[in-house]
Design a protein. Structure first.
Length: 261
């Protein structure tokens, strides 16, 4: 039977979602737990990849499970590490696919400008002063103006094309001007794309690049820069399907958004 697992995870200890030999991955942790329960290896199909250290406050994985007559969500949460949670187990039509059926994904990136030990795992510290927030906000809107993102892709040669349809991109700043949230929604994302977007927004904010220079880079698909923002501030926060509506159930994510929406 085909199911979607609606999960969230703290990516701090993991090499990312995708299983890789000899490293700790979120996919590997869940597959190991399913094997403990069902006594056989059951592969997962994720809705996408996340990099090492990146979090997901909403993630969807597809799995084919044998018949069971027990509370699987309870057993999974009991056995999984504390940094992975299963929120829902949803029976789906056999044709449903977590990755290819998704119509959009949203990523959120959190930044704090003053050292705070309680934010360090889930928001990136950039101790920089006098950021030009208005210029950063203008630069953020440019992601909706263009559809080719070669200039903000770490490995463009991996793809047949680097076009994405970005439907929302916005930068929020709190009243104290000490915390920032960049949110971006699109039909697909390229390798390292969101963290490169944040890197360029910070370049604009610190005055090392003008909004016009950044737009020229986007418009002309200029590459060459391979610096990324830190991974710990990044969340995959929403995955949307035409036949399924799921709320983000992470209390931490809602807390981080406070004052930034």
């Amino acid at each position: 039977m085909n199911y979607f697992l609606h999960i969230s995870y703290d990516g701090t200890r993991y090499s990312g979602w995708q299983f890789q030999p000899n490293v700790k991955s979120v996919q590997g942790a869940i597959e190991d737990t399913l094997k403990e329960i069902f006594k056989e290896r059951i592969p997962l199909g994720g809705c996408g990849r996340t990099d090492a250290g990146v979090h997901a406050s909403q993630y969807i994985a597809r799995v084919n499970l044998p018949d069971f007559d027990f509370d699987l969500k309870f057993r999974l949460n009991k056995r999984l590490p504390e940094d992975i949670s299963v929120h829902d187990i949803l029976e789906m039509d056999e044709k449903r696919r977590a990755r290819f059926d998704a119509t959009s994904r949203t990523y959120d990136y959190f930044i704090h400008l003053k050292k705070d030990p309680f934010l360090r795992k889930y928001s990136s510290l950039y101790e920089v002063g006098n950021l030009d927030f208005e210029a950063m906000k203008k630069a953020a809107t440019l992601f909706m103006k263009y559809d080719d993102f070669k200039s903000v892709c770490l490995q463009p040669l991996l793809y047949n094309h680097t076009r994405c349809n970005v439907t929302n991109a916005k930068l929020y700043v709190d009243e104290k001007r000490e915390r920032l949230r960049f949110t971006i929604t699109g039909n697909r994302f390229l390798r390292g794309m969101v963290r490169l977007c944040v890197y360029f927004l910070l370049e604009v904010g610190e005055g090392r690049m003008t909004v016009e220079e950044f737009e020229n880079r986007l418009a002309n698909r200029l590459d060459g820069v391979r610096k990324s923002a830190f991974p710990n501030g990044l969340f995959l926060s929403k995955v949307e399907y035409p036949y399924l509506k799921l709320d983000n159930q992470s209390e931490l994510f809602q807390f981080l958004k406070t004052g930034l929406q």
